[in-house]
Design a protein around this ligand. Structure first.
Ligand code: KG4
Ligand code: ZN
Length: 352
């Protein structure tokens, strides 16, 4: 089975072809990503209108290139998958409409993919992880611990009550005058810094419910940065290192609470999996490796380029759904919000 995937929910335009091998393993035949970072950098964050327009400008070319590099014609495909949300609605519409049009023109089945589900299932593409597993999803827009019980079967154990991890990195970077996106930049600066110089708070430490909070930490960094009238390169490095160390401690403590709840509610986990852009962070990856080693849990970390937004994960989610006989029709509408666990989301907003 060969599926084309399309991703346009945020600031990466991406197209990829993934093949399902007879034994059940996935093979990435092409994986094209075009980042819009340069277009948004001047604004210190993603501007939705600019993103949507940039997707329109490059997507057709990117799809053509993904097919070409995969040595695959449209007629060779077994399906077309496009991310249908959650994300910036203008961009989502661009990718979803393109996917539908290609599916209609080539008479192939169409799959509307949940971007979060695609992040969640990436570890099955890279490592064939079996259900159920504990997922730590840390991206620019989402921070959650989720019990992944099957395709389309998610139990949200905890989530952030304010900022997402990637968002906190981006906002702290902005405060420190560092370029967007903040995650990779803070990680680089932190390498030269002293993680013990500033005693930043470890939010939610010790709480049984595996929720996260990052906005207090972000504010603590800002206050400390303002106290230093004109920070030197060394001060910035120490602020970055101390901030990152606080995030890492909080993520590990929250993961411990998440694993406990997973074992109570679901049973034994086959693995812990990290996904989302912030899962590319080396300090987070090393800390998760230590934590899983101590907990006797297998850790699966997809390579950094498959942690951040890409279309191989969308194609793979399409393969997983098509393999179960699931597909969508042309009426499927773009969704700005689309929680993995609708019950948890409803309860959170007092609707259940
Ligand atoms: O998953 P992703 O590519 O897009 C979303 O769906 O949000 O994640 C992007 C986020 C950005 O906030 C970025 O700053 C963060 O992931 N990020 C990192 C690192 N690389 C990317 N955060 C911390 N450390 C990194 N190395
Ligand atoms: Zn993402």
């Amino acid at each position: 089975m060969r599926v084309l995937g399309i991703e346009t929910t945020c600031d990466e335009t991406a197209a990829a072809v993934v093949r399902l091998e007879p034994g059940g393993a996935g093979e990435i035949l092409s994986n094209e990503v075009m980042s819009q970072i340069a277009e948004h950098a001047a604004y210190g964050g993603v501007v939705p209108e600019i993103a949507a327009r940039a997707h329109v400008e490059v997507l057709d070319r990117l799809v053509a290139r993904a097919l070409e590099r995969a040595g695959t014609a449209l007629s060779d495909l077994d399906g077309i998958a496009a991310a249908a949300g959650p994300g910036l609605i203008g961009g989502v519409i661009v990718g979803l409409t393109t996917g539908k049009a290609l599916a209609l023109a080539s008479r192939k089945p169409f799959v509307a993919v949940n971007h979060l589900e695609a992040h969640a299932l990436t570890a099955r593409l890279t490592d064939g992880v079996e259900f159920p597993f504990l997922l730590l999803l840390v991206s620019g827009g989402h921070t959650q611990l989720v019990a992944v019980r099957g395709v389309g079967d998610y139990l949200r154990l905890g989530s952030t009550v304010d900022d997402a991890v990637g968002e906190a990195f981006d906002k702290v970077a902005k405060t420190l005058g560092l370029p967007y996106p903040g995650g990779p930049e803070i990680e680089r600066r932190a390498e030269e810094g002293d993680p013990t110089r500033f005693a930043f708070p470890r939010p939610m430490l010790g709480r049984a419910k595996p929720d996260f909070s990052l906005s207090g930490l972000k504010t603590a960094v800002r206050i400390e940065a303002q106290r230093i009238a004109s920070p030197t390169r060394g001060d910035v490095a120490d602020l970055c290192a101390s901030f990152q160390a606080a995030v890492v401690d909080s993520l590990i403590d929250r993961s411990r609470a998440g694993l406990r709840l997973f074992r109570e509610r679901v049973g034994e986990a086959n693995a812990m999996v990290a996904a989302g852009g912030a899962a590319a962070n080396g300090a987070i990856r090393r800390a998760l490796a230590r934590f899983c080693g101590e907990a006797g849990l297998k850790l699966v970390l997809p390579p950094p380029q498959l942690c951040s937004d890409n279309a191989a994960m969308i194609a793979w989610a399409g393969i997983e759904r098509l393999s179960l006989g699931l597909s969508d029709d042309m009426t499927f509408a773009a969704r700005a919000r689309w929680p993995l666990d609708a019950d948890a989301e409803a309860a959170h907003h007092g609707k259940a």
